[in-house]
Design a protein around this ligand. Sequence first.
Ligand SMILES: *Cc1c(COP(=O)(O)O)cnc(C)c1O
Length: 434
Amino acid sequence: MPEPLSPGELLDLDRQHVWHPYGPMPGRTAPLLVESASGVRLRLAEPVEGRDELVDGMSSWWSAVHGYNHPVLNEAAHGQLERMSHVMFGGLTHEPAVRLAKRLVDITPEPLEHVFLADSGSVSVEVAVKMCLQYWRSLGKPRKQRLLTWRGGYHGDTWQPMSVCDPDGGMHELWQGVLPRQIFADAPPAGFDAAPDEAYAAQLRELIGRHAEELAAVIVEPVVQGAGGMSFHSPGYLRVLREACDAHGVLLVFDEIATGFGRTGSLFAAGHAGVTPDVMCLGKALTGGYLTLAATLCTADVADGISRGALPVLAHGPTFMGNPLAAAVAEASIELLLSQDWAQEVKRIETGLREGLAPAAEHAGVREVRVLGAIGVVQLDHEVDMAAATRAAVREGVWLRPFRDLIYTMPPYITGDDDLARICAAVCAAAREG
Ligand SMILES: *Cc1c(COP(=O)(O)O)cnc(C)c1O
């Protein structure tokens, strides 16, 4: 065993050597040092604000829907580890990947039929874009190579995904001349329950029609725009997109990396609209937050189109494609989700968030409180003071990670009512002090 390092030594080395998400080098604010995690609790290596345990309000960025250290997922991982952790996927296959792919085809909307297993959400979006562009090339329409999306989105941090992130929030200024230039509609009018705005729907139709010759696909996050601003919109716009795409010969991609597996109250957000995309990306909660894995699903039509091309293969093949360990845990996580009344649990959390976050609406400096499924958002009228907001939440015994003007939570579905109340109290405290 290597020499143990003290918390102080670990944090010092972390600051000197380790990049964190969207972080400077060297680090300017000390991250919290997590020793272990179980259920909905993160155990800290040393107390902070008098707390050595925090209730997790983030599900590790939408992923840990069953909480940490879950016996069922642990068993799936251990069992698979004993058989093999990984083998290459070129020329070889294995039960975990095959079973997972079949399960995904079964639970996603018809007629999604074929599955590409990638290693992260961003890569699954790259694969989705590649599928769409290759489809049109195969059909002899190489001019169809641009993408259309609406503002306020987030699709990942590699190049193609970045090009369809919100052009302001996604730092397109910085990457002028490097990023592919895509076509942007206005952000969808806010409100899950709001009646679709006809003028906005007309804008979507008009843009898709006008650019049809050069459009390979429309790509959006259905119903909830996550990291781009935590906003909700009417599922009606998804039907508008589906109809306009069909009318003008444009593919439709849904990025359900954040919304998949029940988070919005429907197993997939597409279900709110009864719309099936041609291509769908899944990630985040796919393995219950255990391992990195994502999937890009497509219809038989898209796959057949690609197969008719001069290069009749999908030209993508990551080293760790179909990783057996991740696939085995993913299948176990899906079984675990579907074996319970997950919709009831998400509903229970939705009710708890509505009640618990309502007081935040009274605070000066709060613009809006909104809840959908197991997602609770408090939007301020100013940029969050991250340090103050984090400290306020930790003092309440809760882990939150606000950004921009947003303090939000998407707790694990197993969060009990007491812990949920605690999370809500922490969001309110962070809104007051942040
Ligand atoms: C997180 C996220 C991604 C990127 O996934 P990574 O695994 O972080 O690469 C893409 N799209 C959406 C909607 C996401 O929430």
